[in-house]
Design a protein around this ligand. Structure first.
Ligand SMILES: [Fe+2]
Ligand SMILES: [Fe+2]
Length: 467
């Protein structure tokens, strides 16, 4: 089947000029969003860690492995967001952000942190319930939260074909030098050196941004030998008074300074296959955020590509649409799990917060070389032909076939899946709702017709995504 005319899909240009480090340093802003940190956290952590590596005269291989570990240390961060939000009865971003400045190994700060952050805005009873949930979960709960995050992060790093040393550094970044960390309680030199740098760099970054350079150095000195490897803390003294370094650290775009730390002879070029892998990896980060959207991005991507093929689009366009499907909900990393997982109807404030996700998707993708041409397409999946969609309110003239495909695929996958706020729908009920959306002028009838053909040919099953 072919539409009378369909639009060309913009594709990444000059892929050969792209560096993996450029793509990933820009995409690390998506990880900052999910870890509740200010934009640029991963890039600034990268600056600190790489500067330590320079002081210790690491060779090029180690510097390259460390470089990607620092940028991608939060790849697994979305995995425990749902559980953390449930335990605390709070926005996962707030609890994660606050957790980075607390010394978990000391009893009183830990209790104080929990008491302060459970059920904000809730009744005293809500707070007591949440406090008890966290208390009952205890040390084993904290270990499990970190384990989920570390294992998933390392797994995605391996899927991105990064070195084992990078994956291992991500897996062990929450270990402490004295054995008091998680997930394995490794001690001293048993913790991979790169992981020790990740742990120090991320904490120094948080303190430097929140309280200034002196506070960051004081924190590192206080935790020298407990949380952190003494030789690494000592190495930081070499750049305490390096004004040029700290100027780039506090700059608007720290990722520009990050580039200078990548070993020139270890630059990894990005080709189309690598962009596909990166899109898949970040789709897994998004899909891990909520148990209710498990494999949603993968499903939307598969359906979108199937519809593009059914409509006879050229293979390059199918590839672009598949990639846009993987990344369309990237902005959901910025939405609280209290909203994403809510077992009931959202109120007006929550709807407004949920609707921000397409804008976040656009902003995040627009800063990434290689994915910039997808930004508008991916962020248009909740637009409607009649102009009643969001976040721009585009109309039919402004919605190319590729965007219409994403809209249909997104709605179909969402309706066919389980959701916390409604009963499961059978196939006929799903198609009935979609037909009504076509009739009311929201969805494209030609793309909907392609969906029926695609499904009739056995194009999409949940099992196909699991494979
Ligand atoms: Fe969405
Ligand atoms: Fe979606």
């Amino acid at each position: 089947m072919r539409l009378a005319s369909y639009d060309s899909v913009e594709r990444p240009q000059n892929v050969n000029d792209l560096r993996l480090s450029d793509v990933l340093s820009s995409l690390s802003y998506a990880l900052d969003l999910t870890s509740g940190q200010p934009p640029g956290h991963a890039s600034r952590s990268c600056l600190i860690g790489m500067r330590i590596a320079s002081e210790l005269r690491f060779d090029a291989d180690d510097r390259s492995a460390l470089f990607y570990g620092l940028l991608l240390k939060d790849l697994g961060c979305s995995t425990n967001a749902s559980k953390m939000s449930y335990l605390f009865g709070a926005d996962d971003h707030d609890t994660k952000m606050a957790s980075k400045t607390v010394d978990w190994t000391s009893f009183l700060p830990r209790v104080g942190y929990v008491a302060k952050h459970v059920a904000p805005g809730g009744t005293m009873l809500d707070k007591v319930h949440a406090f008890l949930r966290v208390a009952v979960s205890g040390s084993a709960g904290a270990k499990s939260l970190i384990e989920m995050r570390c294992e998933r992060g390392a797994e995605i790093a391996r899927d991105l074909m990064l070195p084992d040393e990078t994956a291992e550094a991500i897996r062990s970044l929450d270990e402490h030098y004295d054995g008091g960390g998680h997930p394995e309680g490794l001690k001293g030199d048993d913790i991979p050196l790169l992981a020790r740098i990740l742990g120090l760099a991320q904490t120094v970054e948080v303190f430097a941004i929140a309280h200034g350079i002196d506070a960051a150095y004081d924190m590192a000195a206080t935790r020298r030998g407990t949380w952190f490897d003494p030789q690494l803390v000592d190495a930081m003294n070499a750049f305490r008074n390096d004004d040029a370094f700290w100027k780039s650290f506090f700059s608007e775009a720290p990722e520009s300074a990050v580039k200078e730390f990548e070993p020139e002879d270890r630059v990894i070029p990005v080709d189309e296959d690598a962009l596909d892998r990166i899109a898949s990896g970040f789709a897994r980060v998004v899909d891990a955020k909520s148990p209710w959207t498990y494999k949603h991005s993968a499903g939307v991507s598969m359906i979108s590509a199937g519809l593009a093929e059914t409509l006879g689009m050229p293979i390059e366009n199918v590839r672009t649409i598949r990639r846009a499907g993987l990344l369309h909900d990237l902005g959901k990393l910025g939405v609280s799990n209290q909203i994403l997982d809510k077992p009931g109807k959202l109120d007006a404030t929550e709807i407004a917060a949920m609707r921000k996700h397409t804008e976040f998707t656009h902003t995040l993708l627009n800063r990434v070389s290689g994915f910039r041409p997808l930004a508008t397409l991916a962020a248009s999946h909740h637009e409607r032909l009649d102009g009643k969609g969001y976040h721009v309110g585009r109309t039919a003239n402004d919605l190319p076939t590729a965007a219409r495909i994403l809209g249909v695929a997104d709605m179909y996958e969402a309706l066919a899946a389980k959701r916390p706020y409604r009963q499961d729908l059978n196939g006929a009920e799903v198609m009935d709702i979609m037909t009504r959306n076509v009739m009311s002028g929201g969805l494209c009838p030609d793309v909907f017709s392609a969906l029926k053909t695609y499904l009739a040919n056995g194009g999409f099953t949940p099992a196909a995504i699991a494979a």
